[in-house]
Design a protein around this ligand. Structure first.
Ligand SMILES: NC(=O)c1ccc[n+]([C@@H]2O[C@H](COP(=O)([O-])OP(=O)(O)OC[C@H]3O[C@@H](n4cnc5c(N)ncnc54)[C@H](O)[C@@H]3O)[C@@H](O)[C@H]2O)c1
Length: 430
């Protein structure tokens, strides 16, 4: 990608006016509905111009345009080519529901555009291979916004590992807890079917598989996993049944309880008349994905990962350790729950195998997603210099993160180890 801030503003077209897009794409260029439309709330307006919004919900786009005071043109999904021809973007930003990414990414590459796509890049390894192949033959590039790479804590870890602090990496331990409030939200939105999101081993865990591969600089090779749905769906032990919806215990975690019949709104205040004509329950029978995983991953070069995640935990955060031939790095991060330490207060602990340990404080974690989002947005819209830590994930990185997630649900389903390269069919696509 060659676009930089300069006298000529880069032209961006956005597919999907999602809450995520408002946060990291449209908001920085045009402003947010929940904040004043000018000044620091559109901090990249001088670097880039949002020239088009494509979304299937015209009403939602109208709400946004009215709230931030813009006339940026709207296009429905079937008018993608018209949008490109009329508005001549340099870069396509894709932040629609996951299963639609592949079509927009491929269409963008076919038009020779640089494409910036939210994670997960796509929802299947087969589609990931298609994107890798298309990227090879396009003038355009693919960049996946794996934002956890930008979190200050992760950048510090990456530097320590790359500098050889622990020698050759031998194994990684990662326990990720998604709090009950946050976890329930996945099951009340489009994310809750394999068709839409690939399942949480792709939709959510792609963050973590990308993070670990990037931290240790290794390619995933083989996956074995167990998993189940324990908290949500029709068989949930918390499902009060259709006749007693007010007793849904997750109602405490969401304004969208049956007691609040208003429209579903995102955190900026916009509603989704098309996507959510009515509220969804976390116990609906269409839910077909897991909410609990235990996973082993082997990497080329011999390192391994032991990873677990569950989506209805009493606290949100993670415990991460990286072991090497010459030492160990450890870090914990908790948020949203007392009396555990607040976010940002836990250091990175470094234990050389022989010698004295050291603690590294971490700053800058107050902003979105552990402090990652402002740094990601700056690197997208006003990049400075090169990318020494390799934070800009390309199509191949996006593909591996998806393929490990798919290997997880396939391993669970078939009770066998799954080779990641087989899923990506790397001879054809990689
Ligand atoms: N990196 C992160 O930390 C992070 C966080 C949240 C979401 N995400 C990703 O961002 C993307 C958006 O997620 P969200 O939860 O913010 O979405 P959302 O539910 O808030 O919005 C989806 C938008 O897409 C529109 N839409 C639906 N189908 C469409 C189609 N076929 N064509 C065009 N528009 C369509 C809807 O009308 C809506 O405006 C997803 O890929 C998600 O995985 C990433």
């Amino acid at each position: 990608m060659t676009h930089t801030a300069g006298p000529t503003r880069t032209r961006y077209a956005l597919c999907g006016l999602s809450v995520r897009a408002i946060s990291v794409f449209a908001g920085p260029l045009l402003g947010r509905p929940d904040r004043p439309p000018t000044g620091p709330d559109a901090p990249y307006a001088d670097a880039g111009e949002l020239v088009a919004i494509l979304d299937r919900d015209a009403d939602r786009v109208d709400q946004y345009r009215a709230a931030v005071g813009t006339k940026v043109p709207w296009f429905p999904p079937e008018h993608f080519e018209q949008m490109v021809a009329e508005t001549r973007p340099d870069v396509l930003l894709v932040a629609t529901p996951d299963h639609t990414h592949v079509d927009y990414v491929l269409a963008g590459l076919a038009a020779g555009l640089d494409v910036v796509v939210e994670k997960p890049m796509v929802t299947t390894a087969e589609d990931a291979a298609r994107v890798m192949a298309a990227a090879k033959h396009s003038r355009g590039t693919v960049r996946v916004t794996h934002n956890l790479r930008y979190a200050p804590r992760h950048q510090q870890l990456r530097r320590l590992i790359a500098d050889g602090a622990i020698g050759r990496v031998t194994s990684v331990e990662l326990v990720w807890n998604v709090g009950a409030r946050h976890g329930a939200s996945y099951f009340r939105r489009w994310n809750r079917t394999r068709l839409n999101s690939g399942g949480l081993s792709i939709h959510k865990s792609c963050h973590h598989f990308d993070l670990v591969g990037w931290l240790i600089g290794a390619t995933p090779e083989q996956v074995f996993a167990y998993g189940a749905r324990n908290y949500f769906g029709a068989d949930s032990p918390h499902n009060p049944g259709p006749d007693r919806p007010a007793e849904d215990p997750y109602r405490w975690y969401d304004a969208g309880s049956p007691a609040d019949p208003g429209p579903v709104r995102d955190s900026t205040g916009l509603s989704y008349p098309d996507q959510y004509p009515q509220r969804l329950s976390a116990f609906d029978p269409e839910i077909d994905i897991e909410d609990t995983y235990s996973v082993l991953v082997r990497y080329q070069g011999g390192a391994s990962l032991a990873y677990s995640i569950q989506f209805s935990a009493p606290w949100e955060g993670y415990r991460l350790a990286v072991n090497g031939t010459h030492g160990r790095l450890e870090t914990d991060l908790y948020y949203d729950v007392e009396p555990l330490p607040p976010s940002g207060s836990t250091p990175i602990s470094y234990y050389p195998l022989f010698g004295d340990g050291q603690a590294y404080a971490v700053d800058g974690e107050d902003a979105g997603h552990l402090g990652a989002d402002p740094l990601l947005v700056a690197d997208l819209f006003r990049p400075t210099g090169d990318d020494p830590l390799g934070c800009r994930a390309d199509a191949q990185a996006g593909a591996y993160a998806v393929a490990v997630g798919e290997a997880v649900w396939r391993s669970i389903r078939d009770n066998r180890p799954v080779n990641v390269a087989d899923l990506l069919r790397t001879e054809a696509g990689g």
